[in-house]
Structures are given as C-alpha cells and as structure tokens.
Ligand binder design. Structure first.
Ligand code: ARG
Length: 459
C-alpha cells in the first residue's frame, strides 16, 4: 500500500478483489476533463494564498494540460494502483512535473469535495452539450412535422377507444408540449445544482482560508454551497437529475407506445423508416418497431437507476461515505440512456411516413355523437338532455345495422326529438368537427398554430 496515495498509515496490502470493488476509475474516468479543470482552478487558489509559487503553478498547469491531451487522445496509461480519476490524474501529474510539486496540489483539498465538484461540472457539461441541444432538436422536429402536416385528421382516443376526431398535428404538438416542460424543468435543475462544493475540505472546511468564491467563479459555478458538511455529501442533484430522466423517459415511453400502436397493420397510421426498424430472424415478412419498443423499455431501466441510488442514499450518516460513490454508475447510465433516447426519438419522428388515408379512413361517424349533442345545445336544449338523445341515435343506428348515425333518415331523427331538422346532417363532417374546437389548446387549425408558435417561442 506504500504506492497508494493514502498508503502512509497502512502496513498490509489491500485484498485484490477489494481493490477492484473499491475502484471507480473504470467509470469515473469520464470526468477527467472536469477533474483537471478543478485542479487547475484549485491550484490557482492555493497560489493566491502563497501556498504555491508562480513558477510551481505554471508547471502544474502545464502538466494538467499534458494529461488532458493524453486522455483526449486515449493515450492515458492507467496504473494498477489508480483508484479513481482523482488519484490517477494526481499520480500522472507527479510523473510529468515531479512529485515534489505535484505533491502540493491536494493541500487543503479532499477527494470528498473534489469528486462532487467534478460530478457537478460533468453534469453541467452533459446538459449543455448533449441534453439541451438534443431536447431542442426533438421539439423542433415535432413542431416542423406538425406545421407541415397540419391538415391531416386522425381519431383521438380515450381508453384506446375512438373518441373524437383530432388533427395529427395536435398529437405531435401534445408531445412537443411535454418535452418543452421537460426541457424547462431540466434548466431549473441545473440552476439549483450549479453551486460549488470546492474548498469544503473533507468535511470541516478549509484550513488556509481559501477563497471559495474565487474557485466557484473560475469553474463557472453560480456561487458556493454554504455549509461544508452539505458541500461534500449533498447528492440531491443526482437524485433530481435521475428523477428528471425517469419522468422524461415516461413521456418518451407513452409517445413510443402510441407509435407502436399506430404502426401496426391493424392501424397503419404510420410507417417507421427502415433506419429505425429491424427484422425477424425467422419470419421474412417482419418489420418490427424495435426503436419504439426500446424507447418504451429503457424507461424502466432509468427508473431503476433512480430507485437503486435512492435506496443507497437513504441510510447513510452525515457527510461523505463510500456509498456515495454509487452515484456515478447510476447517473451515467441514466444520462447516456436519456441522451441516446432523445436522438432515437428525434430520428424516428423525422423519418416516419404518415398514412393519411389510413388515419382519416379510421374516422367513424359515431365519433361525431358529441357534435350531434352540441347541435341540439345550439338549439337551446340542455347538454345533459342532448347527450342522452344523441346516445339514443347511436343505439338506433347500431340496432338498424346502419354504417353510421349519418344514415338515419330525418323522420326517425325527428321521432326521437322534434327539434332535429334537415340541417342536422351538416354535423357529419370531420373537418368541421375539429374546426369547431378553436378555443385555446383545441384541435382547430388556428388553435394548433397558436400552440406551435407558443412552443417555438420557448425554445
Ligand atoms: N472515488 C470516490 C467517489 O467517487 C472519491 C471520494 C473518495 N473519498 C474518500 N474519502 N475515500 O466517491
């Protein structure tokens, strides 16, 4: 253990499996850039305190730059004793600039404040570089399709039973709305977690009075975490991010499930492009919607990431405990799964084909029963009464074996209710049905264009 950074008080060797069990480098190497940035700014803070000379700082920053190049070019050679990204980078720094100088960088710092500083920076980068742009493109693609295909009608469903006619663009806009809220929620989470833990030490604070605000500013944080015990052990942001991922994947899952249904031969509303489908090893005719099924299935996995880590977190005492190292695998899995899911969903939406005839062909006259009730409401009949009357008409058409309520002769309508007159047949028009729903949020063209404009303005 003499080679380990913390090996001084040890005389015995670590059990080999314990070393592997304890090591986080296999996954936390992903934070190498954040770790190097953190050390760069931290050592500048030490220099301000007179704990490093200008010359030493220059050498340290040079060494950190070299290490970054090695990681960037995938040339960093891991040492069997490296435990995590923090110890690996520090060990390498010693090799490049000499241990006498490299040995000073950790003055007053602990891996407890270091690892969570890195994680916050890493998450911020993932959000800014991947998730925000990805979500924005997904929403844009939905808006674009909705604009282009605004004239296509389809059945709207409740209980997966045909309910009322809507526009296809209304469906697209509904998911654009969910995803817009998701994007805003994610930005709020970033605002909450972009605070610096650095300079909190192991738990008790910094013994040389380091300027934590200077460190925070240098690392792009909006302020510092005001209690050192919290700074080293707060993982609420990890939980919030995974909750966010879980909720987003829930939306993605429902979106995917709709499209799975719409893509079956029985519905035939949409066709997935080959790029997002796969075949069967046995049945030559098969084209399966695997992309959609995976979007749906992976929502379970992301919820598992959240549930697993919450379970690890719940019983641990104040400040840092090694249980917290479990934050990373769950969180990284969640972030990667979400990032890829966003890209796949975007690809699916931008390449699928809409079968307008199938969508509109699935509209049936019974879906206008509410409109028929509304017809009598316009003649002054209370809705509770018109609902009942319209129901009787549906039953009559069914009993007579007619293809729809539009086929009932006027005399029979008037037998059910004398307030029916010839103009009732104008009700049986799907286009007019959707156009009547022009209040904010409805399925009329004008209402949808308003929604899309509103969504666009939030991007
Ligand atoms: N690899 C550790 C983690 O990710 C770093 C912190 C270790 N701190 C400690 N006192 N052992 O959580």
């Amino acid at each position: 253990n003499t080679q380990k950074l913390w090996g001084g008080r040890f005389t015995g060797e670590t059990d080999p499996l314990m070393h592997l069990y304890n090591a986080s480098l296999p996954y936390d190497y992903k934070m190498y850039k954040a770790d190097l940035e953190g050390t760069k700014v931290y050592t500048a803070g030490l220099q301000k305190l007179g704990l490093l000379t200008e010359d030493e700082l220059t050498k340290i920053h040079y060494g950190l730059g070299e290490i970054k190049k090695e990681w960037d070019e995938d040339k960093f050679v891991r040492h069997p004793n490296d435990e995590d990204i923090h110890t690996a980078n520090e060990r390498r720094l010693g090799e490049i600039i000499g241990r006498d100088i490299a040995g000073k960088v950790h003055t007053g710092r602990s891996r407890n404040d270091q690892c969570v500083t890195d994680l916050r920076i890493y998450c911020r980068d993932v959000l800014n570089e991947k998730l925000f742009p990805g979500m924005t493109s997904l929403i844009e693609v939905l808006i674009k399709r909705a604009e282009e295909e605004i004239d296509i009608l389809m059945p709207g469903y409740t209980h997966l039973q045909r309910a009322q006619p809507i526009r296809w663009s209304h469906w697209l806009s509904s998911y654009a709305t969910y995803f817009t809220e998701d994007l805003k929620r994610l930005k709020q989470i970033l605002e909450r977690f972009n605070k610096s833990p650095l300079g909190a030490g192991a738990l008790a604070g910094h013994p040389y009075g380091i300027d934590r605000e200077f460190l925070a500013e240098g690392l792009g944080f909006d302020g510092v975490i005001g209690n050192s015990l919290v700074a080293v052990s707060d993982r609420d942001f990890v939980v919030e991010l995974m909750f966010w991922g879980t909720l987003f994947m829930n939306h993605i899952s429902r979106f995917a499930e709709d499209l799975v249904i719409y893509s079956t031969a029985e519905f035939g509303f949409i066709k997935l492009s080959d790029a997002y489908s796969t075949g069967s090893s046995l049945m030559p005719q098969k084209k399966n919607a695997d992309s959609l099924e995976l979007l749906r299935g992976k929502s379970g996995r992301v919820f598992g990431d959240l549930a697993g880590f919450l379970m690890s977190l719940k019983g641990i005492p104040s400040t840092y405990d090694k249980d917290m190292q479990e934050d990373k695998e769950s969180l990284f899995d969640c972030l990667t799964t979400v990032e890829h899911s966003i890209l796949i969903a975007t690809g699916v939406v931008s390449t699928l084909t809409v079968q307008k005839d199938k969508m509109e062909g699935a509209l049936t006259m019974d879906m206008l029963a509410t409109d028929l009730a509304d017809y009598l409401v316009r003649k002054g009949v209370p809705f509770r009464e018109t609902h009942h009357i319209s129901g009787e008409c549906v039953a009559l058409a069914e009993n007579m074996g007619l293809s729809g309520i539009d086929k009932i002769p006027l005399e029979l309508y008037q037998k059910i209710d004398s307030r029916f007159s010839e103009d009732l047949f104008e009700t049986f028009n799907f286009e007019q049905s959707v156009e009547r729903r022009d209040a904010t949020g409805g399925t009329a063209k004008s209402a949808i264009l308003k929604q899309l404009k509103n969504l666009q303005s939030q991007l």
